[in-house]
Design a protein around this ligand. Sequence first.
Ligand code: S3P
Length: 474
Amino acid sequence: MPLDRPAVKPAPVKPAPCMLCARAMSAPAVTPFLARRPAAPLGGTLAVPGDKSISHRALMFGALAVGETRIAGLLEGEDVLRTAAAMRALGAEVVRDGPGAWRVAGRGIGGLIEPAEVLDMGNSGTAARLLAGILASHPIFAVLTGDASLRRRPMRRVTEPLALCGARFDGRAGGRLPLAVRGAADALPIEYRLPVASAQVKSAVLLCGLNAAGLTRVEEPAATRDHSENMLRHFGAEVTVESAGAGRVITLLGQPELRAADITVPGDPSSAAFLIVAALLVPGTRLRLTGVGLNPLRTGLLVTLREMGAVLTVENARSEGGEPVGDIVVTHAALRGVEVPPERAPSMIDEYPVLAVAAACAEGVTRMRGLHELRVKESDRLAATAALLAANGVRVEIAGADLIVHGTGRPPQGGGLVATQMDHRLAMSALVLGLATAEPVRVDDAGFIDTSFPGFVALINSAIADPAPALLPA
Ligand code: S3P
């Protein structure tokens, strides 16, 4: 098994007449899939697609800056294409030059125009919530909607603080989408203490503060991913960050002149997570994942997997566009169960489904504590992750907001059909589990994987030195 095969590039983006309209607006097809234990290990050097959080923000900040922002490594998943389409509908010029290479000609803060159409954010909570923040301090009317998963998700967590600037929101029961926004003409700066640790809510308030005169101040109860703060500074805004107990206080001086700045998007650690766990579970595997973002507020999974016995080394550590980046080398390892403390949740909030898969193959009990926020993700991920494991012969319990997985140290039986509930991370987690189980694991729909990880199936199959694919349509 050659360990250092040449880099496998992510599958090229399907050519489409217009990346912004045709692809972003096409409903993903329902695609049943299965995963089976491969006949050979995974190996080689892989690049994961661009970071989703940073990609959304690059397009949004680029649209609010003066001048042309060039972006390299943009994630061309459905979620980010929705943001690209929305920023274009708001008057920014958004152009794709080639795979991952995009240009945004911004309109300057306060310069966005009223969109003629409803803004459909598809499956993306980040796109909808951050955009609500931008719209709140622009004197325009807009309507936000999304797919059935997004229309179920709570929006009051952003509309409540954003209303403090003078914006008006009208939505469905529980503040859900579709949501009509009438932005404030002279937005007031907001002071807000987040009731839950959420980078989306923090970022929505900061984005709103860009077009409010004076100091916007957000206090978060625990530190969450700080890509907005980093990127605001990168574009020339004045941002301060101070520790406050377990959390942080962030201030932003409103109405800065945001200057266009080039951005290189690192590989998404939340996408790398699936490959890391796959590598740990398949005997004989050694993978190198290049250019993965290693922002310390995103690396809780690496900490946890090391506690479980994984050997993960970081090579070539460097900084790209204000974000730490490195190559992760991972080899197959026997894992043991651990207790994951609740305070680690913000740094690995999207990684619990795939951590639960690793825990199912570990020896002993893994207790993941304080997962209440998983209830309001693309699906109820706490219940759906438990169901995913139970359907495949794993003993699992939910106790309050804790997920408890009983690993036996042997691969689970598998053979189950997993309801993915429009949730890309459930679909990928189930398929990773199927690489280890005695019987194949089926998912009802792998189509949503394209929201965050286009090329996932091809990348895994190409990393296995066996012509028979491990992941295939069911
Ligand atoms: C994100 C924040 C997190 C995360 C989501 C992306 C972001 O959501 O789950 O996938 O880009 O700010 P919450 O803010 O709801 O924790």
